[in-house]
Design a protein around this ligand. Structure first.
Ligand SMILES: Nc1ncnc2c1ncn2[C@@H]1O[C@H](COP(=O)(O)OP(=O)(O)O)[C@@H](O)[C@H]1O
Ligand SMILES: [Mg+2]
Length: 290
C-alpha cells in the first residue's frame, strides 16, 4: 500500500469557474512535484481540457457504453507535467442519474486499485451541482471526498448554489459525509464583491480560502487550450492559483457549515440590494462633486 491519497471535491454552479480553477490547482500541484489526478464529474466531460492542450478525452461512461469490461487504464490520460486526467461522463441526456455515473466511474478505478498503483498524492473531483438533484451529492454522501470546497462569485445564484451545497453537507455530516474546507471566491474584482462573499461566509460560519480575480490572462490561456499556470507561469494570476493550491493541499480542518434557510437567504440578499443602491449613490455623488 502506498501513502494515503488526499481526496478533494470542488463544487459550484455551472459556469462559475470550477474546471478552470480546478485545472489550475492540479497544474500548480504537479508543478510542485505531487502526483495528481483530476477527476471530472460534469456530464459535459470537459473538466480536464486545459490540462491537455484543449483536447477532449473519452469518459468512463462512454467507454462502458462501448464495452462492459473496461480496463481503467483506458480511461486515464496524462496531461501537463504528467497530471492524470479522468472524466466520469454522464448518462445519455434524459436517461439515468448523473450521480450513478460518478459512483460507477469511481468504483471502476477503486476496484482496479488505480489510486494505489499510481501512488497519488491528490485526487481532485470537479463536480457540477448545488445538490438540488441528489445525484451530485454523491462525492459528499459516499465519502468519496474528504474535503469539499465550493467556488462562488458574489452573484446571488452562485451564493444560492453554495448555500444549497452547505445544506447537503450538513445533512450527510452525521453519516460520515465529507465536510467543508471553505469557499474559493472567484471573479472578485471590486471591494463590494469581496464584502458580499465575506459577509456570506461569516453568516454561514465558514471561510474564504482565496480571492481569485476575473482576469484576461485566464481567458487568453483558455483560448490557447491551456491552464494559466502553463500559459502564463509568471503572471500574477498564476501566483494566485499557486497560493490557492498550497492552501488546499495543506488544508486539514474541514467542518460542518451553517447554511441559511430560504427566508434568511432572502432577507440577507435584500439587505445587500439596499446596500448596493447606497454604494452606487455614493459613487455618483463623488463623480458629481469632482
Ligand atoms: N478568474 C477567471 N478569470 C477569467 N475567466 C474565468 C475565470 N474563472 C472562470 N473563467 C471563465 O469562465 C468560463 C466558465 O468557466 P468553467 O471553469 O468552464 O466553469 P464550470 O466548470 O464551473 O462550468 C470559462 O470561459 C472560463 O475561462
Ligand atoms: Mg466545468
Amino acid at each position: 500500500m502506498g501513502k494515503k491519497t488526499k481526496q478533494i471535491a470542488i463544487y459550484g454552479k455551472g459556469g462559475i469557474g470550477k474546471s478552470t480553477t480546478t485545472s489550475n490547482i492540479s497544474a500548480a500541484l504537479v508543478e510542485a512535484g505531487y502526483k495528481v489526478m483530476q477527476f471530472g464529474c460534469d456530464p459535459k466531460a470537459d473538466s480536464t481540457n486545459t490540462l491537455r492542450g484543449g483536447e477532449y478525452i473519452p469518459s468512463v461512461l462512454d467507454l462502458l457504453r462501448e464495452n462492459s469490461r473496461v480496463d481503467a487504464h483506458d480511461a486515464i490520460f496524462q496531461g501537463f507535467r504528467g497530471v492524470y486526467c479522468v472524466e466520469a461522463g454522464g448518462p445519455q441526456p434524459g436517461v439515468g442519474c448523473a450521480g450513478r455515473g460518478i459512483i460507477t466511474a469511481v468504483q471502476l478505478l477503486k476496484q482496479q486499485d488505480i489510486f494505489e498503483e499510481l501512488d497519488l498524492d491528490y485526487v481532485i473531483f470537479d463536480v457540477l451541482g448545488d445538490v438540488v438533484c441528489g445525484g451530485f451529492a454523491v462525492p459528499v454522501r459516499e465519502g468519496i471526498a474528504e474535503h469539499v470546497f465550493t467556488i462562488s462569485s458574489a452573484d446571488f445564484m452562485a451564493i444560492y448554489a453554495a448555500n444549497n451545497l452547505f445544506r447537503g453537507i450538513q445533512t450527510y455530516s452525521n453519516k460520515g459525509g465529507a465536510l467543508l474546507g471553505g469557499v474559493i471566491a472567484n471573479s472578485i474584482n471590486t471591494d463590494f464583491h469581496r464584502e458580499i462573499i465575506d459577509d456570506f461566509v461569516e453568516k454561514t460560519q465558514t471561510q474564504v480560502v482565496e480571492y481569485v480575480p476575473r482576469s484576461l490572462t485566464v481567458t487568453q490561456a483558455e483560448l490557447q487550450g491551456k491552464t494559466t499556470i502553463e500559459a502564463a507561469p509568471h503572471s500574477e494570476q498564476a501566483g494566485i492559483y499557486r497560493r490557492l493550491a498550497k492552501r488546499i493541499a495543506g488544508h486539514t480542518e474541514s467542518k460542518v457549515p451553517s447554511p441559511l434557510d430560504a427566508k434568511e437567504l432572502r432577507a440577507w440578499s435584500a439587505g445587500w440590494a439596499d446596500q448596493l443602491i447606497e454604494i452606487e449613490r455614493r459613487s455618483e455623488r463623488l463623480v458629481a462633486n469632482a
